[in-house]
Design a protein. Structure first.
Ligand code: PMP
Ligand code: GLU
Length: 428
């Protein structure tokens, strides 16, 4: 075999910068440490801990025989269900022809990046995959800084400055809320303040609302309500239906962006063709209103709210700075109050911080640097998902809810992990 095979240009230069996704790596590393017999608290990988609702599992079983390739945009009945779901949950009007189904929202977001000639604007911190996707296709990325004391939310002034820095006529902003990694979200006022700038600078927004249904108090709302002509709403089954491995994501386009939707159909038809047929049939049940789905989502929210608040209180008690969680299942602690002590132990950046924490306590979290934060900032992402989601949902039905008791009894790994972190910083 010839040894001089090369990666294809133009990807060669980009791929040098792109490491495998930090989220998937920590998942593999944690599994490996566990296989070696070490106790690991798996707060690194952000997978839903909840089972797929039984009605949806039943629908998948009933549709296992579906064998035909599907429409590239997606199964029409599912697209209809997704449009109605958007009407119910974020109060926008949408029809089936505005909806596209893809193999995970990650793939759809990549398709949008590929289709649009526009610089990519992303707030810092942001989820780990947006920037590498842009790098894979040679797209320029402009990180927009945010402030910890503003809950790491994108401000109008920072957005304006970033737009001025961009040299493309059009821009693409990916705005994710409730947010991974920070757990915070935008108020309607926060969103409305961004709209004039988005309009002025020809910005298309991909509103990554994959955690929308996991807003802790059910008060999720969408940029599509305030900037309807320029917002694509991204979601899927991974986070609020427990089905990350089923690989089904959704885009709802505004009518004005049908040209972009059509370009993405070309990409889809020349790459993955369509999402697996049985999964699409089953997803109709997930997106349609039913008592089962309603109580599953309501109960899941209650569980993540209790655990998020519990973990947040423990961090605050340990003098670790962190905004209060509002949705999803992440916290973004900052160990800055321990900088001197950490420095004395040779820990100067977020990667060293997470290494030391994992080695010394078994708690796996991800460095802020993986989310675009400056390397030396002592931030990290903690995914509070190391618990048995099925047991947690069942226990809600039978127990009186004292949140502390709930976490201690039903989510012992969360309780222990927080105690380990408290003890770890206390010894400095
Ligand atoms: N956006 C965010 C913020 C995420 O955390 C994830 C996690 N997987 C995704 C998008 C992609 O989800 P999926 O491809 O499973 O729909
Ligand atoms: N979104 C999850 C996370 O941030 C994991 C899945 C992925 O990255 O694709 O940890």
């Amino acid at each position: 075999m010839h040894t001089d095979f090369k990666l294809a240009t133009p990807l060669r230069a980009q791929l040098k910068n792109v490491n495998p996704s930090a989220t998937l790596l920590i998942n593999e590393r944690s599994a490996q440490l566990q296989a070696e017999g070490k106790k690991v608290y798996r707060l690194g990988f952000g997978q839903s801990p909840f089972p797929v609702p039984q009605v949806v599992v039943d629908a998948l079983a009933a549709n296992a025989h579906r064998k035909d390739y599907m429409n590239v945009f997606g199964y029409p009945e599912l697209r209809e269900a997704v449009a109605k779901h958007a009407e119910r949950t974020i109060h926008i009007s949408a029809t089936a022809d505005q909806v596209m189904i893809g193999p995970g929202s990650k793939q759809l977001i990549f398709g949008a990046q590929m289709a649009l000639e526009a610089d990519l604007l992303i707030p810092s911190p942001s989820w780990v995959s947006y920037e590498p996707q842009a790098q894979l296709i040679g797209k320029k990325v402009i990180w927009v800084d945010t402030k910890e004391d503003e809950n790491w939310l994108l401000s109008p002034a920072a957005l304006e400055a970033a737009c001025n820095q961009s040299e493309t006529d059009f821009k693409l902003l990916i705005l994710n809320y409730p947010n991974n990694p920070t757990g915070t979200t935008y108020s309607s006022e926060d969103m409305m303040a961004l709209v004039p700038i988005l309009r002025k600078h020809n910005v298309i927004v991909v509103a990554d609302e994959i955690y929308g249904e996991m807003h802790h108090t059910g008060h999720h709302h969408s940029m599509a309500q305030y900037f309807p002509e320029g917002t694509i709403v991204s979601s899927g089954l991974s986070k609020w239906c427990g089905a990350g491995g089923w690989r089904l994501g959704t885009f709802v386009f505004p009518k004005e962006l049908s040209w972009l939707r059509d370009a993405m159909r070309v990409i889809a038809s020349e790459t993955y063709s369509s999402v697996a047929a049985p999964i699409q049939y089953a997803a109709v049940t997930a997106f349609s209103p039913s008592r089962e789905m309603e109580s599953y989502i309501k109960d899941s929210r209650k569980v993540v709210q209790m655990i998020g608040n519990f973990a947040h209180e423990k961090l605050a008690a340990a003098n670790i700075v962190c905004p209060a969680p509002e949705g999803g299942f992440y916290l973004f602690p900052n160990f800055k109050n321990y900088r001197e002590q950490l420095s004395a132990r040779g820990i100067h950046n977020s990667t060293q911080l997470c290494e030391a924490l994992l080695n010394e306590t078994g708690v796996a979290i991800l460095p802020g640097a993986a989310f675009g934060r400056p390397a030396e900032e002592l931030t990290a992402r903690l995914a509070y998902v190391d618990f048995d989601g099925e047991a947690a949902l069942n226990s809600l039905k039978t127990n009186d809810l004292d949140p502390d008791e709930f976490v201690k009894n039903v989510c012992p790994n969360i309780d222990e992990a927080m105690a380990k972190m408290q003890t770890w910083v206390a010894q400095f």
